[in-house]
Design a protein around this ligand. Structure first.
Ligand code: NAP
Length: 247
């Protein structure tokens, strides 16, 4: 497929649903070959959809908390398409509970998926990106990493951690032509927010100046921008896509 990302290869984690699925479709529509990763066979559908639309995509079964599966995911990109230009660390979970009642297991699961896995995936693409003398690492954070939210101490810590990680890595790899940025969505209409209770949703909506939830396509647009040549001079940045919820 032609487009601004025509010769590029992108890996998107958590591509089976929500923001990751929209990002995979958006990058493919810009011409990138997309390695769509999720657990089990969950990413098969989006990869099939991209191919049916004339794009290039392969699905990979990868639990991002397992470094061996992450290495296999990157190997698939290299075997299938010969390079890796873009990594979108999007896979994420919530396990909400007030800190007083939060189990260590719920803390660990969220930090492992949202933060440690992003490190695992970034680490696995750095060698090929350094060899290629360029690359884009885009981490999906959250407005909650900046504002905090009761019941989400684990989630807020993981997303704030992702920002610090991104800034440190951005400084480490800038000389190799690799940029590292964060897209920090606010409240987006996905399975994750559908799981919130109605009062919790109403309370969130009341805090959004633009007065509505964001769409997955709006977040994918920001990811597409950071993956594009137009964003070549942007690194270590947190791009909020939150309807003004936090400024
Ligand atoms: P979602 O609809 O719940 O989808 C989560 C995705 O993550 C799924 O594709 C899921 O794949 C994948 N995933 C979860 N654990 C995984 C693991 N261990 N290994 C591989 N994949 C895994 O979530 P979403 O709302 O699109 O959120 C995507 C990202 O945006 C997350 O990082 C989230 O924190 C962030 N975010 C979302 C919002 C929002 O309002 N929705 C706001 C701010 C930030 P499976 O098919 O394997 O389950």
């Amino acid at each position: 497929m032609s487009g601004p990302l025509a010769d590029r290869v992108a890996i998107v984690t958590g591509a089976s649903r929500g923001i990751g699925r929209a990002a995979a479709r958006r990058l493919a529509a810009s011409g990138a070959a997309v390695v769509a990763a999720a657990r089990g066979d969950h990413a098969d559908a989006v990869a099939g959809e991209i191919r049916a639309a004339g794009g290039r995509s392969v699905a990979v079964s990868a639990d991002v908390t397992d470094p061996r599966r992450v290495d296999a995911m990157v190997r698939t990109a290299l075997d299938e398409y010969g390079r890796v230009d873009v990594l979108v660390n999007n896979a994420g979970i919530v396990r909400d509970r007030l800190a007083l009642r939060m189990s260590p297991a719920d803390w660990d699961a969220v930090v492992a998926t949202n933060l440690t896995a992003a490190f695992n995936c970034a680490r696995a693409v750095l060698r090929p990106m350094i060899r290629q003398r360029g690359g884009r690492i885009i981490n999906v954070g959250s407005v909650v990493g900046r504002m905090g939210n009761p019941g989400q101490a684990n989630y807020a810590a993981s997303k704030a951690g992702l920002e610090g990680f991104s800034r440190a890595l951005a400084r480490e790899v800038a000389s190799r032509g690799i940029t590292v940025n964060v897209v920090a969505p606010g409240m987006i209409d996905t399975d994750m927010t559908a799981a919130l209770t109605e009062p919790a949703q109403a309370a969130m909506l009341a805090q959004i100046p633009l007065g509505r939830l964001g769409t997955t396509e709006e977040v994918a647009g920001a990811i597409g921008f950071l993956a594009s040549d137009e964003a070549a001079y942007v690194t270590g940045h947190v791009l909020a896509v939150n309807g003004g919820m936090y400024m």
